[in-house]
Design a protein around this ligand. Structure first.
Ligand SMILES: *[C@@H]1O[C@H](CO)[C@@H](O)[C@H](O)[C@H]1NC(C)=O
Ligand SMILES: *[C@@H]1O[C@H](CO)[C@@H](O)[C@H](O)[C@H]1NC(C)=O
Ligand SMILES: *[C@@H]1O[C@H](CO)[C@@H](O)[C@H](O)[C@H]1NC(C)=O
Ligand SMILES: *[C@@H]1O[C@H](CO)[C@@H](O)[C@H](O)[C@H]1NC(C)=O
Ligand SMILES: *[C@@H]1O[C@H](CO)[C@@H](O)[C@H](O)[C@H]1NC(C)=O
Ligand SMILES: *[C@@H]1O[C@H](CO)[C@@H](O)[C@H](O)[C@H]1NC(C)=O
Ligand SMILES: *[C@@H]1O[C@H](CO)[C@@H](O)[C@H](O)[C@H]1NC(C)=O
Length: 273
């Protein structure tokens, strides 16, 4: 009962937040229209404008990328991310005006991410999806409400590490490193996602789509998922509702800042199969 009430409260809060706060990711099946956007405060936004242009702005309102798809009396177009990982701008009559150029991505779940460097990149397909559905999350409606929670510090990109007091959170669930365990927390529950024997451990997303926990000597480590993706590239872990999910490799980018990884630090293990 208490938990159900908390859930209801969270759901209501989620609805309130999502109407006022922009989110930084669009998933497969998601759409944007009528000036809806993804973005990050202080960095910029990627807007599906009502005039049918899809535009990437920086924080000062400067246009960094645009699909140039306006037209006489053209209005109300929709941006969607397909299950082949392509962004598409379509008219209300479903005419394709623009699509991202990645043509070889397989069927799956993708994420178009507004990155902290101000570019938008498509990651996927979904490589790993972690436990995180609470025991009382029964209905789809609840899941939907919870999934709408806006996101801050909700991602970890290839090369980035979590240690000490670092925390990833989407306002609903969080990840942090404690005593060589990567703990996921939801309400007053915590459970380990991955752990290793050792001291002063840190967690890192590698360039094969694995979340690794490594002890300070570098000798002991374990990885989630245990099998590395054969494709080397840039991946992203996203806290999505109550799930921790890894998408990648990156398939397309607005590429305004250059196709650099967010973090340049690579470990020798990144090169292994
Ligand atoms: C979209 O933005 C334009 C330009 O700011 C504005 O004129 C228009 O009313 C907006 N449309 C909606 C549906 O918010
Ligand atoms: C925005 O403009 C200010 C001053 O004009 C400049 O210092 C800053 O670098 C600009 N920011 C971006 C993201 O271009
Ligand atoms: C849109 O137009 C601008 C200016 O002409 C051009 O630089 C840019 O490449 C165009 N965008 C696309 C996606 O073709
Ligand atoms: C766009 O949507 C608005 C509001 O729903 C509607 O009034 C307008 O006629 C639409 N325009 C087109 C070209 O579909
Ligand atoms: C869609 O993408 C393909 C591959 O890049 C390209 O050949 C085609 O012209 C694009 N279509 C539109 C309408 O942008
Ligand atoms: C793509 O994947 C979805 C979900 O896994 C499935 O429903 C659909 O049939 C697949 N489409 C094709 C063309 O394989
Ligand atoms: C590494 O793990 C082994 C057991 O798997 C353990 O005996 C050893 O103490 C660990 N090394 C460190 C530095 O903790």
């Amino acid at each position: 009962m208490g938990i159900q009430r908390s859930l209801l409260l969270l759901g209501v809060m989620a609805l309130c937040w999502s109407s006022s706060t922009a989110s930084n990711v669009l998933y497969t099946g998601g759409t944007l229209a009528n000036n809806e956007s993804i973005g990050l405060p202080g960095v910029g936004s990627f807007v599906m404008q009502q005039d049918c242009d899809l535009v990437l702005y920086d924080n000062n309102g400067t246009v960094l990328f645009s699909t140039n798809t306006t037209g006489p009396s053209r209005q109300n177009c929709t941006l969607s991310l397909t299950n082949y990982g392509r962004l598409e701008v379509r008219t209300p009559d479903s005419e394709l005006l623009w699509n991202s150029s990645n043509t070889n991505s397989p069927n799956g779940s993708y994420a178009a991410v507004f990155r902290p460097d101000g570019d938008v990149a498509i990651y996927g397909p979904l490589h790993w999806s972690g436990f995180a559905r609470g025991h009382n999350m029964k209905t789809e409606k609840e899941q939907e409400l919870l999934g709408n929670i806006p996101t801050v510090n909700n991602m970890l990109f290839s090369g980035q590490v979590l240690y000490g007091n670092d925390e990833l959170t989407n306002g609903l669930t969080s990840l942090k490193v404690r005593d060589c365990e990567l703990l996921q927390t939801w309400l007053f529950f915590s459970w380990p996602l991955v752990s290793v024997q050792g001291e002063d451990c840190f967690v890192r997303l590698n360039f094969r789509g694995q979340l690794t926990i490594i002890d300070d000597t570098g000798k002991n480590s374990s990885a989630l998922p245990t099998a590395a993706n054969p494709t080397k590239g840039e991946y992203v872990l996203i806290l999505e509702g109550l799930l921790a999910r890894i998408y990648g490799p990156s398939a397309w980018s607005t590429n305004v800042r250059g196709v650099q990884p967010i973090v340049h630090l690579m470990l020798p293990s990144d090169a292994q199969e």
